[in-house]
Design a protein around this ligand. Structure first.
Ligand code: BG6
Length: 522
């Protein structure tokens, strides 16, 4: 395929430069700041996408000087930035406007000290007072920090009306652990912020290939007419990872893969793949349509949850020839844990477009291959024209590879060369790497830039988060009730397991196999 300009990047450098601003990062001593946030800001500087006047203030409990913080951030960029080594001259200019402020998250006085420091830096650098607060902190502190932003005057109260300068807050995941906690968090932060000041991060939306779902569907005339129940047999969504819980056993025990990957990342992918065309490609236009998909997810009656939702845990096994322990042996994980590291779901979307089309979604840790993709399986063509020679006919599959090896492929039947009319399956491929010759930017670069520009399209809105929790929380509730009943009866059944390095339990294959279908091997 020929190299066309990437429509998602068109005009980006020329038109999308945000106003001068300061970004305050709460949780500045954490991993995300060093691995993702500062490298993203550095890349944006390198690509001249940040405003000329821009400052960063790291905020955390740890005691650090500005210089020590700059040193840590430079080390982070040397290790994790997209283009390395770090350009010394560029870094010096960038680092001059990086500062550090020590303080707790629940101490209003520390926030007043932060405000004073911020005002002083804004004055010194001639910054107008536009502010982005990035909450890269434990979720239990989200509401407290937002409240303190208001109390300390770092963010003006909603009653103050429209302001000359913006104050925006980026909130990391997870946003709640179920419907009730997400609703409470929304209520709490809405006391200080209006919805258009809130940018809930889902880093999947920052991935180029996820955004390309919209371009693919709505910038091409040929796919939309077949993107419905008349032509689509079923849809498969896979979020497979080879990694285990990577030292995050304590967190994962409380989360499980359904919360960690499905409720947020994969449901965002589903909503983009299944939504109707938006009236405009803007924050509300796109999110209104995504919301309709999430609201139209058919609620699975609790009596059917076990038949539609398969969960399992990885046991010891091997990944790429290396022996790895089972989930229950990971640090921070209970030896009797009932937390799922694999989940497979079958669900339906109650809309005119998707009525009757099953969606199969699976996500797991410790699979043989890292692969995130969405595959549209079309209905089979009748074989009668080809008789036995048509045995090679397979239903067409359009698969959109989100990562790695980003691209799109379409399988179709072709005539085998030779004197007889035999059909064999072949594939037509588009690969990002070879077509555009550039590596896609990091999700965080795009998301930070969009927030600075005030574009919320790629962030999740309060109602989307709640709609997605509404559906997911029913499953958790069913699991909880089942666990309670088993405990009461003294008959706790361990979750089914799958060896690390396999494609999951047999029950997952049966879930999709009942209709004669099978999981794709990505
Ligand atoms: C995070 C999850 O949100 O996403 C991790 O907490 C998961 O458990 C990660 O590994 C996957 O992100 P990516 O970009 O590597 O697919």
């Amino acid at each position: 395929m020929s190299a066309l300009p990437n429509p998602l990047r068109e005009g980006l450098a020329a038109e999308r430069i945000p106003e001068p601003a300061t970004m305050v990062i709460f949780g500045a001593s954490g991993d995300l700041t060093k691995r993702k946030l500062l490298p993203a800001l550095y890349s944006l500087t390198r690509e001249r996408l940040l405003p000329g006047r821009f400052a960063v203030i790291g905020y955390a409990r740890k005691q650090l000087t500005d210089d020590a913080f700059r040193g840590e951030m430079r080390a982070g960029c040397e290790e994790f930035a997209r283009r390395r080594p770090v350009d010394a001259e560029l870094w010096d200019g960038f680092a001059r406007n990086i500062f550090y402020q020590e303080g707790g998250y629940d101490d209003p006085n520390a926030f007043i000290a932060l405000r004073e420091r911020l005002e002083q830096i804004e004055k010194q650098l001639g910054l107008p007072g536009n502010r982005v607060f990035y909450l890269s902190i434990p979720p239990s502190s989200f509401a407290t920090v937002v409240r303190n932003l208001g109390v300390s005057g770092l963010v003006p109260p909603p009653s103050a009306g429209p302001q000359a300068h913006f104050s925006r807050v980026i909130i990391e995941k997870p946003f709640g652990t179920d419907l009730a906690t997400a609703q409470k968090l929304n209520r709490d932060i809405h006391e200080t912020l209006t919805e258009n000041q809130i940018y809930r991060i889902d880093h999947y939306l920052g991935k180029e290939t996820v955004q390309n779902l919209l371009v693919f569907r709505f910038a091409n005339g040929i796919f939309e007419p077949v993107w419905n129940n008349r032509y689509v047999d079923h849809v498969q969504i896979t979020g497979a990872e080879t990694v285990g819980v990577e030292g995050r056993g304590g967190y994962f025990e409380q989360a499980g893969i359904l919360r960690d990957m499905v409720q947020n990342h994969l449901f965002q992918v589903v909503s983009l793949a299944a939504m109707e065309p938006p009236v405009a490609f803007d924050a509300d236009g796109v999110r209104d349509e995504k919301l309709k998909v999430l609201k139209a997810l058919h609620p699975i009656p609790s009596s059917e949850i076990d038949a539609h939702v398969v969960r399992a845990q990885y046991a010891a096994g091997s990944i790429a020839g290396r022996a790895v322990p089972g989930y229950r042996e990971e640090p921070g994980v209970s030896p009797t844990s009932q937390t799922e590291t694999y989940v497979a779901l079958k669900f339906f979307i109650d809309s005119w477009r998707w009525m009757g089309v099953p969606f199969f979604l699976r996500s797991a840790k410790r699979m043989p291959k890292r692969a995130t993709e969405i595959a549209i399986h079309f209905k089979e063509a009748p074989r009668l024209l080809f008789g036995r020679r048509g045995e090679g006919i397979r239903p067409n599959v359009l698969s959109i590879r989100i990562q790695p090896d980003e691209g799109i492929s379409l399988n179709f039947g072709s005539k085998l060369p030779g004197p007889v009319m035999e059909v064999a399956p072949v594939t037509m491929e588009f690969r990002y790497g070879s077509s555009f010759g550039v590596e896609p930017p990091e999700a965080y670069e795009r998301l930070i830039l969009d927030c600075l520009l005030g574009d919320g399209t790629l962030f999740t809105r309060a109602d989307e988060v709640e709609a997605s929790w509404t559906w997911i929380s029913r499953i958790h509730q069913h699991w909880q009730e089942k666990a309670a009943a088993q405990t009461a009866a003294g008959t706790v059944e361990p979750l089914p397991s799958y060896p690390a390095g396999s494609w999951g339990p047999e029950a997952g294959d049966r879930l999709i196999g009942d209709g004669g279908r099978q999981w794709r091997r990505p």
